[in-house]
Design a protein around this ligand. Structure first.
Ligand code: CP3
Length: 344
């Protein structure tokens, strides 16, 4: 396979190599805060954008052209594997995801159909190919998937939750079925990530967005081995893997042990403290509070410079938010952050 030399700023930072300036991209950099995204959404539903590779590739490129970021993230959603799993997925306007047939009983886990990521999610793999072809060569594409825990929480809750009560109840009441569900999700997302790398993604991110709702003990017992397995399978793709979670400060030791060339952290832990706890040999990604983008410009600049100061110019820092861009974010604020991070 022909490989473009991996000497972009972003990939160098993933490998903890020195770069000219700090690379920057944003989780949810393609989305409702962008007028060009909203224009496309007038004509197509979110799932339609995800099902049509040429549209998904087009949305992937929007923030690259508009913001000057150092990496693109594929336009897709972590919940797309629920379609071949037969759970039923829809997005209601303003209400987030809805799962029609949530997993509430142990027997449902055994009834889940086998999923072959490369064929059952072929539309996503094709979007990777098209986006890679359309991107400038110095802007690598990041493929992604949801981590087993975050996916299991949506599969069980059936939508968003504050308490994760159904998820934890299932975990405690049906530990065998829980581990079987997590095992299946780990195999699925691991193979899915590796397939995205084979299609041309030059880095992969595993999103464990909600793992911070767990105690460290529950993380170790119910989640760790499955995240570790998913990350191990993803490594077969031969590209750097980013392991991201929010609220992970108290779990960080095991979260890091589970794997990842890069660890993504949120703003609830200062970047220099996280850097210390992560230890040598791995890069760090983060960790501006997305709400800082709504602050008056001097406060935003102060917070951006604080993150950079804590990173202290050491190799292996990728600037990002601690979670996704919020829909009410002004595009100009995001552009200003890119300029400050790039040395403006
Ligand atoms: O630019 C990018 O980051 C790529 C696209 C992307 C989407 N979802 C598209 C999307 C990515 C990386 C995701 C990941 C995702 N999806 C996560 C992990 C990251 C995180 O934010 O924690 C999660 C938990 C989901 C599940 C999901 N999808 C939720 C909870 C929602 C509704 C809430 C919201 O932000 O609207 C979605 C919908 C969704 N996925 C939108 C987009 C652009 C917005 C809906 C729309 O356009 O109508």
């Amino acid at each position: 396979m022909l490989r473009i030399p991996d000497d972009s700023r972003f990939l160098k930072a993933c490998r903890s190599e020195p770069t000219d300036v700090t690379p920057v991209w944003f989780m949810r950099q393609a989305g409702r805060y962008m007028p060009e995204y909203r224009a496309l959404r007038q004509k197509h539903s979110l799932l339609e954008l995800c099902h049509r590779p040429e549209l998904a590739a087009q949305v992937t490129l929007q923030p690259v052209e508009r913001l000057g970021v150092d990496a693109a993230i594929l336009f897709a959603d972590i919940l797309l594997p629920f379609e071949p799993l037969g759970l039923g997925l829809s997005f209601a306007a303003g209400e987030g995801p809805q799962i029609t047939r949530p997993i509430r009983e142990a027997r449902q886990v055994l009834e889940l159909p086998p999923v072959d990521a490369a064929t059952d999610l072929a539309h996503v793999i094709e979007a990777v190919r098209l986006a890679v072809r359309a991107l400038p060569p110095h802007v690598p594409l990041i493929g992604f998937a949801g981590a087993p825990f975050t996916l299991a929480s949506y599969a069980i809750e059936g939508g968003a939750t504050r308490t994760f009560a159904l998820t934890k109840r299932f975990m405690y009441a049906e530990p065998r079925a829980w581990h079987e569900l997590m095992r299946r999700l780990a195999e699925l997302v691991g193979a899915y990530l590796a397939a995205q790398a084979r299609a041309g993604a030059r880095a992969l991110q595993l999103f464990d967005s909600w793992v911070g709702c767990l105690s460290p003990g529950d993380y170790a017992e119910y989640v760790f081995p499955h995240s570790q397995r998913a990350l191990e399978l993803a490594r077969a793709g031969g590209v750097p893997v980013i392991h991201f979670g929010t609220g992970t400060a108290t779990l960080l030791r095991d979260f890091v042990r589970a794997g990842g060339d890069v660890i993504g952290v949120d703003w609830r832990i200062p970047l220099d403290v996280a850097r210390e706890w992560i230890g040598p040999g791995r890069a760090i990604q983060g960790n501006l509070d997305p709400v800082a983008l709504l602050a008056p410009r001097p406060e935003l600049e102060r917070q951006v410079r604080d993150v950079l100061a804590r990173a202290a110019g050491r190799p292996g820092h990728i600037f990002n938010l601690g979670h996704g861009v919020l829909p009410e974010t002004p595009v100009d604020a995001v552009k200003a952050v890119v300029e400050w991070v790039h040395g403006g």
